[in-house]
Design a protein around this ligand. Structure first.
Ligand code: ADP
Ligand code: MG
Length: 385
């Protein structure tokens, strides 16, 4: 971590010609379980990871904002008064969208001073580990401090979500930003997406001799369009046909009736969400009562449900999951929105290299591109460096 912080500070000074006021950071996340449940007002159980966006920030004496990153040769520049979702595009829509969204949550953008921001990230982009939320949360957290807005972490998560929904145009839920802001070391964040109540659930991985292995398939996903939107629409249709405001209001006991009144595809979408909510609750209970060695079947069942009922997996994700399971993983599943990205496997420390070799071999055998694999640890949320 220390090298990226130095790099960010140095690049800030080089680009803007003065030293930053401070450095802030926020992590990406892995979702342990609870996929496509957040926008159905259900339950999720993500954890923040030890890969972060780090930003340097300086305060200006006018009302202009500049944001720079390694993604662009030149910083994007806009007057605070001109910030609207329509004025933004490209990567800078994430940080600038957050500034606009802070205005929607009470920041007086006509009164605050302008800022210069430069950021870099160790969260791989488009891998399903939410490099987007890492940016949003770091910017929201930093500006909340320097502009003394007094917003709490839950509210900052909503700010990030609003930016992603309106300025970027990706119809994502509240999970990623919540994990990035509320995460704690060696713990997951259990979040009720209806009440937005959250609880920290200790993972106890080290004590159990376990680690999380991320397998980034390299298959890029695209959330702003396509399948993600279609799944949201199916869920809304299913809820409306069942006469409830959201799928959160259904339980497994309602599935028989759902099968009778819904078409087969919508029924399977609904079944995934309803059973996934149940699996999140089960996972929290099992973690608290028995520890992480006992959650493998729940992870495996979650993957099967996403593959067969929600149909958001791809062959690379299925192969990663199956190969991990066959080579000693406690459990494995795709993580994130789907259609590509990463899988996670919960693995005994002494089985990690065997599993990695097996996955590399299986991908080569199937003619798939080589996956990137790395261990992640559950880490703390956004902070000042
Ligand atoms: P994910 O969140 O799964 O990584 P998204 O498509 O939601 O994927 O967000 C990725 C986008 O976030 C990138 O296309 C880019 O616009 C922006 N982004 C991520 N990391 C950086 C970075 N280090 N610098 C600039 N923009 C970034
Ligand atoms: Mg994202």
């Amino acid at each position: 971590m220390s090298d990226i912080r130095d790099e960010v500070a140095e690049n800030f000074t080089e680009i803007y010609g003065y030293e930053p006021t401070g450095l802030w950071s926020a992590p990406g996340r892995v979702n342990l379980i609870g996929e496509h449940t957040d926008y159905n007002e259900g339950f999720v159980l993500p954890f923040a990871i030890n890969r972060r966006t780090v930003l340097a920030l300086g305060i200006r004496d006018d009302a202009v904002v500049r944001v720079g990153s390694s993604f662009a040769d030149e910083a994007a520049e806009i007057a605070l008064a001109e910030l609207t979702p329509d004025a933004l595009d490209g990567w800078s829509a994430y940080p600038l969208g957050v500034i606009w969204a802070l205005g929607q949550f009470g920041a007086d953008l006509a009164a605050v001073p302008g800022v210069d921001i430069y950021l870099e990230s160790t969260v791989p982009v488009g891998a399903g580990l939410s490099s987007s939320a890492a940016i949003e949360s770091s910017v929201a957290f930093a500006l909340n401090e320097v502009w003394q807005l007094g917003l709490d972490r839950q509210t900052l998560a909503k700010v990030g979500q609003l930016a992603e929904n309106k300025a970027v145009g990706a119809p994502t839920g509240i999970m990623d930003q919540s994990a990035s802001l509320l995460g704690q070391a060696d713990a997951a964040v259990f979040l009720d997406c209806r009440s937005l109540e959250s609880a920290v659930v200790p993972l106890g991985l080290a004590a159990a001799g376990l680690e999380f292995l991320v397998i980034d398939t390299g298959v890029a996903h695209e959330h702003a369009t396509g399948g993600y939107r279609a799944r949201r629409d199916s869920c809304e249709r299913g809820a409306a046909a069942m006469g409830v405001p959201s799928l959160r209001h259904l339980t497994v006991d309602d599935l028989e009736r759902a099968r009778e009144i819904l078409d087969d595809e919508t029924f399977r979408r609904v079944r995934h969400v309803v059973t996934e909510d149940q699996r999140v609750l089960e996972t929290v209970r099992v973690l608290r009562e028995s520890g992480p060695l006992a959650i493998g079947d729940l992870l495996d069942a979650s993957h099967a449900s996403m593959r067969d009922d929600f149909e958001i997996s791809v062959p690379e994700l299925d192969l990663a999951v199956e190969t991990a399971q066959a080579n000693g993983a406690i459990g494995a599943r795709m993580t994130g929105g789907g259609f590509g990205g990463s899988a996670i496997a919960l693995v005994p420390t002494d089985a990690i290299s065997r599993i990695q070799v097996a996955i590399d071999g299986a991908f080569a055998e199937h003619g798939f591109g080589q996956p990137t694999m790395f261990v992640v640890t559950a880490s703390n949320g956004a902070n000042r460096e």
